[in-house]
Ligand binder design. Structure first.
Ligand code: ADP
Length: 659
């Protein structure tokens, strides 16, 4: 019979087995022990009692000693033999409870108490109550123990399931090996790392796949952990993959015990090939960078987020002319090193760094401590080390820039020279042809006349015909002289043959030579040269100065008077040539002393554009100077000043193109 289902709150009913062959005794016992939390079960014999005990669990048995068949003592002994009833409390009931012999036999048979008949109901109730309470307590303890075991089992199962999932799904290789270092179990990732099927690893040794050069080291690590010398071992080892490639793996070994307590080595393997490759390449680039930084070729500087220079190499400090003390005091600000005109370029570079972490290389200038500027090619990138900021490099390109500027300047000069030479050739061709034509035409017609003439030609006629030829020949001669002068001045320093010269005499002589031409040009000449004005000069060259200035005055001032004045101080002599001709625009006045510079068209006014340039060379080589005053339409005054004793000047350097 199963215990009746109790309500959830009511305590489980405790079964009490009452054994007596007499029905009235059983009835009396039932009456005494009637309680709602007791389930009273009656048996009329020892055999029936045994059957009941086999069927259900009892809290206590009240067993009559004197019964026909199996008596109480025998029944007690048999009950004790049942495994599930070994702890069952048996209270023997007897009229002979005072007989010590019987009581001793009863206890020997397994009874826990001996009650005398007739019963005292209070004694029976209290004794049964004690045993029931004990039974209940034992049952409760057992129940709690079972519940605890069940929850422990569940937790263990959960932990194992969790471990299994973790083991399988872990992104790192995990394996268990036995104390011989042989694999017991490996997860999927481990097989992947070693490029093997899981079955390939079973029974294999952990070190089997290690690179031959690393195997001994790994075996030593395994042995140290297995022998308990090290609690854990960690090392990086190369392993050979099935395809022959090498993988760098971090192996961690630790000792753990399996469920039966047998030691198992746990191995965890991580693939660090990529980290290793990155670390190697990082090291290479760091080495390269530090070599570059130390080489002194490249300035490297770190700017903090606050705009302060934190670190700079010697090359950078040299570039900006600051000392390391300036840097350490935090005095140098990168923004102050860059001139304002680079603000826009600089802002663009910083924006690029903000958006892309790096900016393209660009050129700018840096202002040194001594205020000089250096041209640099620079680039920059954001960095987090040593703290968030920008790392910049700067390469000094000042010399290159300077060379480029010079090259550009030379190129411009060269082009101008070539252009001037071409212009000159065109002008020279035209100029030389101008006197040649009247010579050729005059001589041809003269020859013709001579051949045809029957009688000698009259001298007056001949003179008339020869005069223009003579003039043209002289003009040609002067032009050729001018060209020779140019080449003389250009080829090397002008050689001065100094002697005492009277400037007034020279002016008068030149004026005399040009008398005919002045007349033809309709220029009345006034010479105010009440000399002598003496000095040590090169006579021929001074003559040429006067001649060129007078020739220009009659060319550009034809039909107007010309005035020449010679004057002197203690130290210097002065000649001024004034005409009332076309004049020279103010902005062109400086140019006319340069080679080939002409303000007028060759068709209206002949000339090479060299006369004034030669004058300037001669005057300056004597240590003197030439000035012009002029107003367009009103005329020009050229004034030459010469020191009384020529101070020889080195010839000016000239572009080579004219050679
Ligand atoms: P050119 O052979 O052309 O006269 P110059 O060197 O003597 O060469 O003079 C250079 C230029 O200066 C002339 O082409 C002319 O335009 C201007 N110039 C020189 N002298 C005078 C002057 N007295 N009056 C006006 N222009 C002059």
């Amino acid at each position: 019979m199963e215990p009746s289902a109790a309500s959830p709150d009511a305590p489980e009913k405790a079964r009490v087995l009452l054994v007596d062959d007499k029905a009235e005794h059983l009835l009396a016992l039932r009456a005494i022990l009637d309680r709602p939390d007791y389930d009273l079960v009656c048996a009329r014999s020892g055999a029936e009692a045994l059957a009941q005990i086999l069927r259900a669990e009892f809290a206590v048995v009240l067993l009559d000693v004197v019964m026909p068949g199996i008596d109480g003592l025998e029944a007690a002994r048999l009950i004790r033999e049942r495994p599930r009833a070994q702890q069952l409390p048996i209270i023997l009931l007897s009229a002979d409870a005072d007989d010590p012999e019987k009581v001793a036999r009863g206890y020997a048979a397994g009874a826990v108490d001996f009650l005398a008949k007739p019963f005292d109901p209070r004694v029976i109730r209290s004794k049964v109550a004690i045993f029931v309470a004990l039974f209940r307590q034992t049952r409760e303890t057992e129940r709690r123990g079972e519940a605890l075991q069940a929850s422990e089992r569940r937790e263990r199962e959960l932990a194992e399931a969790l471990y299994d999932v973790t083991f399988e799904e872990a992104p790192i290789g995990i394996g268990h090996a036995d104390t011989q270092g042989r694999w017991l179990r490996v997860n999927q990732r481990m097989a992947q790392l070693l490029n093997l099927q899981r079955d390939d690893l079973r029974e294999a040794n952990v070190a089997d796949l290690a690179h031959p050069d690393d195997r001994v080291r790994l075996l030593e690590g395994i042995a140290a952990v297995l022998a308990g010398k090290e609690a854990h071992h960690r090392g990086e080892y190369r392993f050979m993959r099935k395809d022959g490639s090498v993988a760098w793996l971090v192996v961690r070994l630790s000792m753990l015990r399996d469920r039966r307590g047998a030691p198992v080595a746990l191995t965890i393997i991580e693939d660090v090939s990529e980290q290793r490759r990155l670390a190697d390449s990082l090291q290479v680039s760091e080495t390269l960078f530090s070599r570059l930084q130390e080489s002194g070729l490249l300035g490297v500087v770190f700017e903090s987020a606050a705009g302060t220079l934190m670190q700079a190499n010697d090359a950078f400090l040299q570039l900006i002319g600051h000392t390391r003390d300036d840097l350490e005091r935090g005095d140098i600000r990168l923004s102050e090193l860059v001139p304002a005109e680079y603000d826009e370029v600089e802002a663009r570079a910083r924006e690029e760094i903000r958006l892309q972490g790096v900016c393209r290389t660009y050129e700018k200038e840096l202002v040194r401590k001594d205020a000089r500027r250096v041209s640099v090619l620079c680039g920059a990138s954001s960095t987090l080390l040593p703290e968030p900021g920008i790392v910049c490099f700067a390469l000094d390109v000042t010399e290159r820039r300077q060379a480029e500027r010079e090259r550009g300047h030379m190129l411009r000069e060269l082009r101008a020279g070539v252009r001037a030479r071409d212009d000159f050739l065109a002008i020279a061709a035209h100029e030389l042809r101008t006197p040649v034509t009247p010579i050729l035409v005059g001589i041809s017609s003269l020859l013709l006349t001579v051949r045809k003439a029957a009688e000698p030609l009259a001298p007056e006629w001949l003179q008339r015909r020869l005069a223009p030829i003579d003039r043209a020949a002289h003009r040609l001669d002067r032009l050729i002289d001018t060209l020779l002068d140019v080449s003389r001045v250009t080829v090397g320093p002008m050689r001065l043959e100094l002697e005492e010269v009277d400037l007034c005499g020279t002016v008068r002589e030149v004026a005399d030579r040009l008398r005919m031409e002045l007349e033809r040009a309709g220029c009345a000449l006034t010479v105010r040269a009440d000399g002598p004005v003496l000095g040590r000069w090169d006579r021929l060259l001074v003559e040429q100065v006067v001649s060129n200035l007078l020739a220009n005055a009659l060319k550009y001032g034809a039909g107007h008077p010309i005035e020449i004045d010679v004057s002197a101080t203690d130290d210097a002599a002065r000649i001024s040539v004034l005409d009332h001709g076309i004049g020279i625009a103010e902005d062109a006045q400086a140019r006319i002393f340069e080679r080939f510079e002409r303000l007028v068209s060759v068709r209206h006014y002949g000339g090479f554009g060299l006369g004034l340039w030669i004058v300037r060379q001669i005057v300056e080589s004597h240590g003197g100077k030439i000035e012009v005053w002029s107003r367009p339409g009103a005329g020009s005054r050229f004034t030459v000043q010469l020191p009384r004793i020529a101070i020889r000047q080195p010839a000016p350097r000239l572009p080579e193109v004219t050679q």
